[in-house]
Design a protein around this ligand. Structure first.
Ligand code: SF4
Length: 308
């Protein structure tokens, strides 16, 4: 995928993207296989999880309250990480890095006249895959503290999410959001949503439609309140049994509308409890999670937040 994407950057590439020409399997995912390195004492690349970078200024701003950040910890400071920032069109720079005996952490330089996704795809296509890549949400760091956060969130999600789903990236850096805590939460949430790094309960909810058999929003909120501390557990909330089970992806447990006012519960893709009255279905879901050994009590801090 990255190879073809990169070649498309060249107008004269003359690539025919007819289906029979596609050389990759669009139904499988494989992360680019970089080599593991250590940066500031933290493993990065290889089998390591995708790391979260921050700037020195943001690190300094949160250093006194790291405990309050909970799961949203900054891990590596970009300025002292030794990352090599290059223009992916610079063949000399690419060749120099590819010739190096040791794996290098590489990223795209700020301020380039390239879209973020194209720039990183091009970098990934030209770089020897053993070199880990640091992704950025934007190539021009925000200088405006009044930037609409929704725009920042959508841009970061589209850019980082697309690249991570391509299998590109060993670390991420949010540059579009100035607020230190907000930028860290955004980084972790993009990683969670793209399945790259699960640090909290993962929910898959259907968009709802005319077939939905319960109030999807309020029900999902109740399920989140009961299970939001179950790090790594995937729960699907589906409005009906017509299409819901097929849309649950690889959820561990499913809460699915079976009939008006009745809920069916699933373990994986297998229905195990039927026609539970809606009023008690969240409790039964919790029981099911306990039966399968995936339950633990919420830490005091989270429990207090949930009941506040
Ligand atoms: S799972 Fe059922 S209720 Fe939800 S969007 Fe699909 S068809 Fe509609």
């Amino acid at each position: 995928l990255v190879k073809v994407s990169a070649e498309l950057e060249t107008p004269d590439a003359g690539i025919d993207l007819g289906w029979e020409e596609v050389s990759w399997d669009p139904f499988s995912f494989k992360r680019q296989s970089s080599e593991r390195i250590e940066v500031q004492g933290i493993g990065l690349g290889g089998e390591e999880t995708v790391r979260v970078f921050t700037t020195q200024a943001k690190w300094d701003a949160v250093a006194h309250k790291l405990e309050q950040l909970g799961d949203f910890q900054p891990e590596i400071v970009v300025e002292t990480s030794g990352v090599l920032a290059i223009d992916p069109r610079d063949e000399v720079a690419i060749a120099t890095i590819n010739e190096s005996a040791d794996p290098k952490l590489v990223t795209v330089s700020d301020g380039l006249d390239l879209p973020v996704i194209a720039a990183f795809r091009l970098l990934a296509s030209r770089l020897d895959p053993r070199h880990p890549i640091l992704l950025k949400d934007v190539l021009i760091p925000s200088a405006d503290p009044q930037t609409d956060f929704l725009d920042t969130l959508l841009r970061a999600s589209a850019n980082l999410g697309s690249l991570i789903c391509d299998g590109i990236g060993d670390a991420v850096l949010i540059q579009g959001e100035q607020a230190p805590g907000q930028s860290l939460r955004l980084a972790y949430n993009v990683l969670q949503a793209s399945g790259a790094r699960i640090f909290k309960t993962d929910y898959v909810a259907c968009p709802s439609c005319g077939r939905t058999l319960f109030n999807l929003q309020t029900t999902t909120q109740r399920i989140r309140a009961a299970t939001g501390h179950l790090k790594g557990v995937r729960i699907a909330v589906m409005g009906c049994i017509v299409n819901g089970p097929g849309e649950m992806a690889d959820a561990d447990f499913g809460y699915v509308g079976g009939a008006p006012g009745k809920i069916n519960l699933y373990v994986g893709k297998e229905p195990v409890k039927f026609n539970i009255p809606e009023g008690e279905a969240v409790e039964r879901l919790v029981d099911l999670i306990k039966e399968h050994g995936r339950w633990f009590e919420a830490p005091a801090r989270i429990a207090a937040e949930t009941t506040a």
